[in-house]
Design a protein around this ligand. Structure first.
Ligand code: CTP
Length: 408
């Protein structure tokens, strides 16, 4: 597990012979479970092909500003915002000048102007261009605006001259990226456990009891916690979602298996139970497929499943410092959620209305009321990923306060 796990890097590749080193950088970032989305300038495309960037990053490469298709798939504003860090490697003298002057005449410069994220540049150019007062002034401007710079190095240049201007090596750029995230990682050194998805309770070898949970909220919470640096275990029931990057994922089916996997993941600092655990299971799973045999349907004898959230909250010495549940309700949302908070002994409950018509269960968005010992706060309707990020920041705020100083 590295600080890069699950991090989203937007990598702008501009023109320069050094672009070949960027291919190695992408490989290293992918090995560390970061996702990489590339923007290639026209100059960059003279040195590396979109195909090699796409193959290594396993994502579509973006290069057109005025492309209806690209804009409808992923607008340039979204492109610039859906990243944790923007890296420009190689950063040509021309692109640095555009950045310093706020020009936006191609996709790369537009994305760099539109982004609200931190930017790291790895300059690469001829030594005279590097030393030129214009380039140095541009770099000074960029540095004053918070742009980070890695390299360049001194050495032989492709043009036959010697001096400063060689792009930093892939491992130097990687170290700069890791350094950025290490400082930023609010939850580094913390351990987190998240449950997600439905559980399947077997009836016989082919049938089971289940529910419509997609796992989207729980998976997003696990990813958001890992992005803040937490060493995260995700215990999930069957889901169509891909395993989030850089997280230990334990796949289970039943509530009993989920409980065991959660116990094994302890100790953790925070546990978030987002799974839609089946409340019941069949008392005795039939070893053979139940047959119609022309008679009456079988009556299923159900027993209550263990409550994983309550069990984590009551885990004595092994209790995570912060235990958080969700409450899926269809009426009296806050009232019912508050009773669940008390009954299960958790610290916070995120209540959501899952009435038919809200589209919450199995959908992309959620409307949350966060309930803790001191009251309830309503969050605006937002995507489950945004809920996850907001929750992760709140968890980080809480864990940064000394244990026992309120809310616990
Ligand atoms: N939960 C759990 N184990 C269970 C049941 C629920 O860990 N066996 C957790 C869920 O992950 C969630 C919280 O408890 O964080 C509340 O789940 P919810 O389905 O809303 O409530 P239930 O406890 O199942 O109660 P009810 O079905 O009566 O609403």
């Amino acid at each position: 597990m590295t600080v890069l796990a699950g991090k989203r890097i937007l990598l702008v590749v501009s023109g320069g012979i050094a672009a070949y080193k960027t291919l190695e950088l992408i490989r290293r970032l992918r090995e560390r479970a970061a996702s990489v989305r590339c923007v290639l300038t026209a100059g960059g495309a003279q040195f590396v092909t979109p195909l090699s960037l796409a193959a290594l990053s396993e994502q579509k490469v973006h290069s057109e500003l005025f492309s209806l298709i690209e804009e409808s798939e992923m607008g340039h504003i979204r492109l610039s915002r859906e990243a944790d860090l923007v890296v420009v490697a190689p950063a040509s003298a021309d692109l640095l000048a555009k950045m310093a002057h706020g020009r936006a005449d191609d996709l790369a410069s537009t994305v760099l102007l539109a982004t609200d994220k931190s930017i790291l540049v790895a300059p690469a150019m001829n030594v005279r261009m590097w030393e030129h007062a214009a380039t140095q002034a541009n770099l000074k401007t960029l540095a004053e605006r918070g742009v980070r710079v890695v390299g360049p190095n001194e050495g032989d240049m492709a043009c036959g001259e010697y001096g400063m201007g060689r792009m930093a090596e892939a491992d130097q750029i990687l170290a700069a990226i890791e350094g950025f995230f290490a400082v930023d990682a609010r939850l580094s050194g913390r351990r987190a456990l998240v449950t997600s998805g439905p559980t399947y309770e077997a009836i016989d070898p082919v049938r089971y009891l289940a529910n419509r949970s997609s796992g989207r909220q729980g998976h997003a919470v696990a990813q958001a916690l890992a992005r803040l640096g937490a060493e995260t275990t995700l215990v999930t029931g069957p889901s169509h979602l891909a395993d989030p990057a850089g997280i230990e994922v334990v796949h289970i089916e039943s509530a009993a298996e989920m409980l065991n996997a959660c116990r094994e993941a302890l100790p953790v600092d925070v546990a978030v139970c987002a799974a839609a655990v089946s409340d019941w299971r069949v008392a005795e799973v039939s070893a053979q497929k139940l047959k119609k045999n022309g008679g009456a349907p079988p009556s299923l004898d159900l027993v209550t499943n263990p409550d994983i959230l309550a069990s984590l909250a009551g885990a004595g010495n092994a209790r995570p410092r912060l235990v958080i549940g969700f409450a899926a309700e269809t009426e009296n949302v806050i009232e019912h959620a508050r009773s669940k908070l008390e009954a299960k002994g958790c610290d916070w409950i995120l209540a959501n209305d899952v009435s038919p018509g809200t589209g919450t269960f199995g959908g992309a968005e959620n409307t949350i009321h966060l309930i803790d010992g001191s009251g309830a706060s309503a969050w605006a309707r937002m995507t489950k990923e945004a809920v996850a990020e907001k929750l992760a920041e709140r968890i980080a705020d809480h864990l940064e306060t000394p244990a026992g100083s309120g809310g616990e």
